[in-house]
Design a protein around this ligand. Structure first.
Ligand SMILES: C[S@@+](CC[C@H](N)C(=O)[O-])C[C@H]1O[C@@H](n2cnc3c(N)ncnc32)[C@H](O)[C@@H]1O
Length: 202
């Protein structure tokens, strides 16, 4: 299903859908993906985990529409696609402490130093994601840009995330982990991926 919100909805508005009415018991296992792109992760997640639900937020209209069409064609009713800026919408969609996991896979690197402030995982977003996750909830961050991961790790740990790999260290790829569209390419070519698997302490 696709939910859309008016571009000019006032920022203070509470847009929180009734997740339980939309998703039933799966609302208790709600996960968020920000920047789902072509949707390889979201579609595979929906197929692999029918008892869980994923909200995929993608700001590019065409990517979001294509993903929603493919999800609908495959009959995935545990995948909600939203076309929006995840930074603006996430705090209005979910109650604090309500998410089981947040996935951020290969966020745009914004290479130039003067553009670093546009990176998705900044101080505000780190704090926000920490607050949206339930105790024990997972932040699954993957990137092909080591400098981004190196910057994100201490920032996320500073807001309270626990890093099971050790402070500032990267996680191994868990066996059977679902790859994103971009990651599939890297798995084929052997290009390195830096991953953080951080938890909100229980
Ligand atoms: C490099 S692509 C990675 C796509 C996908 N996660 C993957 O690994 O194949 C980054 C995606 O994030 C989206 N994006 C960037 N900033 C976003 C934001 N603030 N909210 C929602 N989507 C965003 C872009 O439009 C793009 O589709």
């Amino acid at each position: 299903m696709i939910l859309s919100f008016a571009d000019d909805a006032p920022l203070a508005a509470d847009l929180r859908p009734d997740w339980r009415a939309l998703l039933g018991a799966r609302a208790g296992e709600l996960e968020l993906e920000i920047g789902s792109g072509h949707g390889g992760y979201a579609l595979a997640f929906a197929r692999a985990h029918p008892q869980r639900a994923l909200v995929a937020v993608e700001q590019r209209r065409k990517f979001a529409a294509d993903l929603e069409a493919r999800a609908r064609a495959r009959g995935h009713d545990n995948l909600v696609v939203i076309c929006a800026d995840g930074r603006l919408l996430a705090p209005r969609l979910f109650a604090a402490g309500s998410l089981a996991a947040v996935h951020v896979h290969f966020p745009d690197p914004w290479w130039k130093r003067r553009h670093h402030h546009r990176r998705l995982v900044d101080d505000g977003m780190s704090q926000l994601l920490f607050g949206l996750l339930r105790p024990g909830g997972l932040l699954d961050f993957r990137t092909d840009v080591e400098a981004y991961a190196a910057e994100a790790a201490p920032r996320l740990e500073a807001v309270g995330f626990a890093n099971g790999a050790g402070a500032g260290r990267y996680a191994e790829r868990p066996e059977g982990e679902i790859p994103s569209t971009r990651e599939k390419r890297y798995l084929a070519t052997g290009q390195p991926v830096w991953r953080l698997r951080l938890r909100r302490p229980g």
